[in-house]
Design a protein around this ligand. Structure first.
Ligand SMILES: [Zn+2]
Length: 175
């Protein structure tokens, strides 16, 4: 938790880990197994992380990441994380995948964090991501991830997942 350490970490590593922290707390905020305490901590974590990214403040990013860990550790992440692993399986880093998968998941779920999440993703300027495997196959694999999907605030079908993946790879993530 030493912000001095972060100053010596490459910008890409920071970008990826801060997106993971932002995805964790904002997905967990909506988790079905959350409660008023996890919601409170997750929202605080998001506020602090957002402030840290927008103002390039590493101390706030460290503190926000710690709070995010406590918040999501007591409930769970949801659809954004469930969608991310098929991209990671093809070599895209966890945070990079979440920049897109959590964005479309927040839109699908009508998350209160959607607009703010998009604003941060745009500031960090992530390269577009693609998927080489067949989308139906990918969605079948994602549908087996009950741990994340069962805690999602909205029911998700295989067809929904195909549509969300399409949105990402056809570069319509921010529409
Ligand atoms: Zn994660």
């Amino acid at each position: 938790m030493d912000p001095f350490f972060l100053e010596n970490t490459s910008e890409n590593v920071i970008k990826n880990s801060v997106i993971d922290a932002l995805a964790q707390c904002s997905e967990a905020y909506d988790s079905k197994i959350g409660n008023m305490y996890t919601k409170f901590i997750c929202e605080k974590a998001f506020d602090i992380l957002e402030n840290g990214v927008m103002n390039n403040n590493y101390e706030l990013i460290s503190y926000g990441s710690l709070l995010s860990g406590i918040g999501f550790g007591n409930c769970s992440t949801t659809l954004g994380h469930a969608l991310s692993y098929v991209f990671s399986n093809e070599g895209i880093s966890h945070g990079h995948a979440l920049a897109f998968t959590t964005t479309v998941a927040h839109q699908f779920n009508n998350s209160i964090f959607y607009d703010r999440f998009v604003r941060i993703i745009k500031k960090l300027n992530f390269k577009k991501i693609t998927l080489s495997q067949d989308l139906t196959q990918a969605s079948e694999l994602i549908m087996t991830d009950r741990k994340h999907l069962d805690n999602n605030p909205k029911d998700v079908t295989g067809k929904d997942i195909v549509n969300l993946l399409k949105k990402i790879i056809e570069n319509n993530t921010f529409d």
